[in-house]
Ligand binder design. Structure first.
Ligand SMILES: [Zn+2]
Length: 98
């Protein structure tokens, strides 16, 4: 009687930064548009997505190990400046509401 779990209701993804699994709701979807990493908080942009915690520490790890080009299957280095700005703003906004 231990069959059903809630896993199906909350699909899990791996954060490309810290490599920990989390539900999609906890992670920020990233897509590559040309050679730029673009945050996709609503999950509406087409194409392959990578998932990362919306935290600067996870973003740093992902950038350092070049996880984004690998996860998004693009050859070149990706510009993560806009993504970093987004994550920093999100982090500040979340702290402000606590
Ligand atoms: Zn993470």
């Amino acid at each position: 009687m231990s069959g059903r779990t809630r896993a199906r209701a909350c699909p899990e993804r791996t954060c490309v930064g810290c490599r920990e699994r989390a539900t999609k709701a906890e992670l920020l979807r990233i897509v590559a548009i040309k050679d730029t990493c673009v945050p996709d908080p609503r999950g509406t942009l087409p194409g392959r997505g990578a998932y990362v915690h919306p935290a600067p520490v996870c973003l740093d790890q992902a950038v350092r190990r070049r996880a984004f080009p690998r996860a998004l299957r693009v050859p070149g280095p990706l510009d993560t400046k806009a993504l970093r700005r987004y994550v920093e703003q999100t982090t500040v906004a979340e702290q402000a509401t606590r």
